[in-house]
Design a protein around this ligand. Structure first.
Ligand code: CP
Length: 330
């Protein structure tokens, strides 16, 4: 059995071709600064002014993308679907409730079946750690795997859209204090954002949570761990709220009830007075209004939550084009 650390290093290596180009996207760990910045630059090309027609191209004409979401999703699934279609790909959205995996078929047999139908890119969300990398190790040379959310471990396209949103609003990373607030321990969003921010040289990253939700991942030891919200968001430039990932919490001991949680760790307009006056408020969604974030703040002037969603389509278009280009070069 591999340690989780060596496992994630394997994943970081597995996703790159020998020439350094992107073969799969499994984690932001191990992607260097220049590649991350190139991906953000690429994504900018797929944004259009609000109200204008979305950017389209034929970069994926002839390619087939299959979306395999074994966990619920609104934003990631819809944006991969739109991204593939806006690039001219055939897009297959598989209904996991009617897949033969429910009848005992192994995940690899499902993947081999799709390979035999000439699916080039498989977008995978799964509740178990290691599934995207396991599939990536077993597919044919012409197939790319994109991680669309892996247990509490990794959500790399979410990390990229968060980085893009921060760069658009703040211009860079080096002088920023970023506070991620909430259930850090069970959050793949926090991990991917943290790895990306570390690579891009963020000034300070604070991970703010009740002790029962504090990170237990040594890879996050570069961040400042804080268990008091006022301390965590004081003078921050960016405040990201996270929902409580109840589906991943086995033992609720030490987890505050909803009212206690909002009182102690909910982000509100009043709380945001402690952050910098021009601080932005982020949330990956889905939001639980009134628990981790006050509704008025989520809809207010500091919120960039809908910009994150818009950027999600652009980032996924950029990733699809990258891996398709690396297929053409193989
Ligand atoms: N942020 C995110 O992954 O949202 P969905 O679960 O709706 O895809």
């Amino acid at each position: 059995m591999q340690s989780s650390d060596s496992q994630s290093n394997d994943e970081a290596n597995l996703q790159l071709n020998p020439d350094g180009s992107l073969r799969h996207l499994l984690t932001l760990k191990g992607l260097d600064k220049s590649l991350l910045l190139e991906l953000l630059d690429d994504a900018e090309q797929y944004l259009s002014p609000e109200g204008m027609l979305p950017v389209r191209s034929n970069a994926l004409a002839g390619r087939t993308v299959a979306n395999l979401f074994f966990e619920p999703s609104t934003r990631t699934r819809a944006s991969f679907d739109l991204a593939g279609k806006r690039l001219g790909a055939d897009v297959l959205n598989l209904d996991v409730n009617t897949l033969s995996r429910k009848k005992g078929e192994s995940i690899l047999d499902t993947i081999y079946t799709l390979e035999a139908m000439a699916v080039d890119i498989m977008v995978v969300r799964d509740a178990s750690t290691g599934v995207p990398a396991y599939i990536a190790r077993n597919v044919k040379d012409f197939v790319s795997i994109l991680n669309a959310g892996e247990s509490d471990a990794s959500h790399p396209t979410q990390g990229l859209l968060d980085l893009l949103t921060i760069r658009q609003r703040k211009g860079g990373f080096e002088n920023l204090t970023v506070a991620i607030v909430g259930d850090i321990q069970h959050s793949r969003v926090a991990r991917s954002a943290a790895y990306g921010l570390r690579t891009l040289g963020v000034g300070e990253l604070r991970l703010v949570s009740p002790p029962a939700m504090a990170p237990d991942d040594p890879e996050l030891s570069f961040a400042t761990i804080v268990d008091n919200l006022d301390e965590g968001i004081r003078d921050a430039d960016v405040v990201m709220a996270l929902r409580i990932q109840r589906e991943r919490i086995g033992n609720l001991d030490g987890i505050p009830n909803i009212d206690e949680y909002f009182a102690s760790f909910g982000i509100s307009n009043e709380r945001m007075r402690l952050a910098k006056p021009d601080a932005i408020v982020m949330h990956p969604g889905p939001m639980n209004r009134g628990i981790e974030i006050e509704s008025a703040l989520a809809d207010g002037a500091q919120s960039v939550i809908t910009q994150q969603v818009t950027n999600g389509v652009a980032v996924r278009m950029a990733i699809l084009v990258r891996v398709a280009a690396s297929m053409d070069a193989r």
